[in-house]
Design a protein around this ligand. Structure first.
Ligand code: FPP
Length: 249
């Protein structure tokens, strides 16, 4: 059951499960604990996490979700030990090299948010290549957040607005929520209907702070590498069962 208003714009009937969220965003957490529970190095937890990414993309497509945004590397993740940062970057590289052809065949459009200028130049090239190669695809939009931070995204939008005001192209009174949102990354996409975080932590950790203002939040105990098709489908079913009010009654 969905409230009237924005809910009607951001959710639609789809598949056998009824209402599916248009945009699902996931904070993939728990790779390290998954590995530790098995006496394995953290790197193997991340590798298994990358497998879960493949599965999540497959499930999102089969559910008819339009946008899947995954928090792959936060701007705070640089504080991790250098070898772990290296492992995560290597996995991203591998994912982009190995998966892009299949994603493209499956009509997936890949996009990236976050400050890519801090990434190695080969990774920046892989990202640009993935975006270019899949730009015309009209199926699932897969957004990877890499070196992303929500506060920084908001600060950058504020800076761009200030520049427009300083240049005389915009009056301060013209700055409203719509004008602000147009200066965020992926301004053309709907806000996430559902934000999922795995591993039992109940925080947004600087993820999509503006865009998640009205999102349903779902915190799952499951560790990211264990996030399989059944878990994803159940999460969407839980979303569907919730009533969304957007501040109204
Ligand atoms: C959190 O686990 C996960 C991350 C730091 C990033 C997610 C990365 C992946 C799923 C792997 C590669 C991604 C792609 C897109 C190929 P954690 O290390 O914080 O787990 P912990 O809290 O249990 O230590």
């Amino acid at each position: 059951m969905l409230a009237s208003g924005q809910g009607e714009q951001t959710a639609r009937a789809g598949g056998a499960n009824g209402i599916v969220p248009r945009h699902v965003a996931i904070i993939m957490d728990g790779n390290g604990r998954w590995a530790a529970a098995r006496g394995l190095p953290r790197a193997l937890g991340h590798r298994q996490g990358a497998e879960a990414v493949r599965g999540a993309v497959r499930t999102a497509r089969s559910l008819g979700i339009e946008v899947l945004t995954l928090y792959a590397f936060s701007s705070e993740n640089w504080k991790r030990p250098a070898d772990e940062v290296r492992d995560l970057m290597a996995l991203l590289r591998l994912y982009l090299r190995r998966e892009i052809a299949e994603l493209d065949r499956n009509d997936v459009r890949m996009r990236f948010i976050g400050d890519r200028t801090a990434l190695s130049s080969d990774l920046q090239e892989l990202i640009a290549h993935a975006e270019r190669k899949t730009a015309e695809n009209r199926g699932l939009q897969l957004v990877l957040a890499v070196n992303y931070g929500g506060r920084n995204e908001i600060v950058c939008a504020a800076r761009r607005l200030a520049e427009e005001v300083a240049a005389g192209r915009l009056a301060p009174a013209e700055i409203d929520e719509d004008a602000f949102a147009r200066h965020l990354e992926l301004a053309d996409l709907p806000d996430p209907d559902l934000v999922i975080r795995t591993s039992g932590e109940q925080r947004l950790s600087n993820f999509l702070l503006w865009q998640s203002a009205y999102s349903e939040l779902l915190f799952l105990d499951c560790l990211w590498p264990d996030f399989d098709e059944a878990t994803f489908r159940q999460a969407v079913a839980d979303y569907t069962a919730r009533e969304r009010r957007f501040g109204g009654r």
